[in-house]
Write a protein that binds this ligand. Sequence first.
Ligand SMILES: NC(=O)c1ccc[n+]([C@@H]2O[C@H](COP(=O)([O-])OP(=O)(O)OC[C@H]3O[C@@H](n4cnc5c(N)ncnc54)[C@H](OP(=O)(O)O)[C@@H]3O)[C@@H](O)[C@H]2O)c1
Length: 436
Amino acid sequence: MTSPVRLALLGCGTVGSDVVRLLHEQSADLAARIGAPLEIAGIAVRRLGRDRGDLPVDPALFTTDPLGLIKRDDVDVVVEVVGGIEPARTWLVEALRAGKSVVTANKALLAEDGATLHDAAAEGGADLYYEASVAGAIPLLRPLRESLHGDRINRVTGIVNGTTNFILSAMDATGAGFAEALEEATELGYAEADPTADVEGFDAAAKAAILASLAFHTRVTAADVHREGITEVTAADVASAKAMGCTIKLLCIAARGADAAGRETVSVRVHPAMIPLTHPLASVGDAFNAVFVEAEAAGQLMFYGRGAGGAPTASAVLGDVVAVARNRLAGVHAASESAYADLPVRPMGEALTRYHISLDVADRPGVLESVAGVFARHEVSIATVRQGPAGGGPDAELVIVTHVAPDAALAATVGELRGLDIVRSVTSVLRVEGGA
Ligand SMILES: NC(=O)c1ccc[n+]([C@@H]2O[C@H](COP(=O)([O-])OP(=O)(O)OC[C@H]3O[C@@H](n4cnc5c(N)ncnc54)[C@H](OP(=O)(O)O)[C@@H]3O)[C@@H](O)[C@H]2O)c1
């Protein structure tokens, strides 16, 4: 058989240890599929003395010198499952420039500075694969970057963070508030000790940037993504959504649009939104992920599965390892980054959204007219208004759903409503997606 393809594994934590296990368990099949065996040349970690259980690997392979490992002549492919921006960027640039293909799960780095990695891959004539960086086990990036390359993608809407989906699903099922649902998620191991990256939407924003870059052939970074987390979502919001036949999800939305001059643009955002229960994403519960893609010719496509966890993520990593190993044996490398469209990313204020607004108002004549006047002044058109008694007091509740309008106009409308003396309180403001 052909000489082995030798891997440098950087990181041996949740994902890396399952990469090691799968490489061991499936070595014969992987060798047959690739046409050469895969061998681990070395494993870089932070702590040599860490207990790694019964990992099926020679302890002599561990090192605390990732750069030294990458530079070794007997390393062909670098698999990075450490995470973070630095030193991972330095390592991967070094590998790629030296012509060593890279497989990485590092969404943070790709979203922050994917351009540097893509440029290094082009310079070194190496492959850069990162299927595991978005939505774990779900085959999603390959379909975007290969299967759908003959089509035109108009919109990508995804639930790409399992922790927040678990929390929102729990709030929906039990009526619990955010803090209580987060506590449950932490106890069950769905939320990390510091949940900021998940609940504030940073993790989803990084994935949104990667998805938008691939879908629209445009370099989109995490800084281009409008981001709102779920910490402000209340039990009252969830109840409001239910009353409308909706549920609340943390969505990442990447969509084509046009600016005032008719030039094509993209908008990329992460925020909680109400979606109707009839939408395919509404039934995605617990910690699952799903991504809904709308393409010109293919129509609507939905990708669903486990978005995190050692084994699911390792599955995506190994799929990439097989691809780059095959390319290496064939003496080819995959097409480099496609960023030719270079579309401008529109600020959030210009993105077209719809709002669902609940207000406690004074129950007296003329109130509806005053409230409607605020919407009219901001050129926001109202789709529906529902009025009912508010909490048994002298007030009334108004629930208003708008038509689409620039997000800035909607936000300004809510701002002005808050200042009206007839408005006792704005009890809930949520964006609405998917035709509710
Ligand atoms: N966990 C998931 O479900 C998941 C899903 C999708 C993507 N990802 C991505 O996969 C990557 C890894 O995640 P993970 O959950 O496996 O992380 P993890 O459990 O924290 O493991 C990180 C590994 O990197 C090693 N490491 C850290 N700093 C290092 C350094 N300076 N030099 C050498 N090794 C270093 C650690 O060494 P020690 O073992 O000695 O501590 C550990 O083995 C991240 O980019 C993450 O975003 C994770």
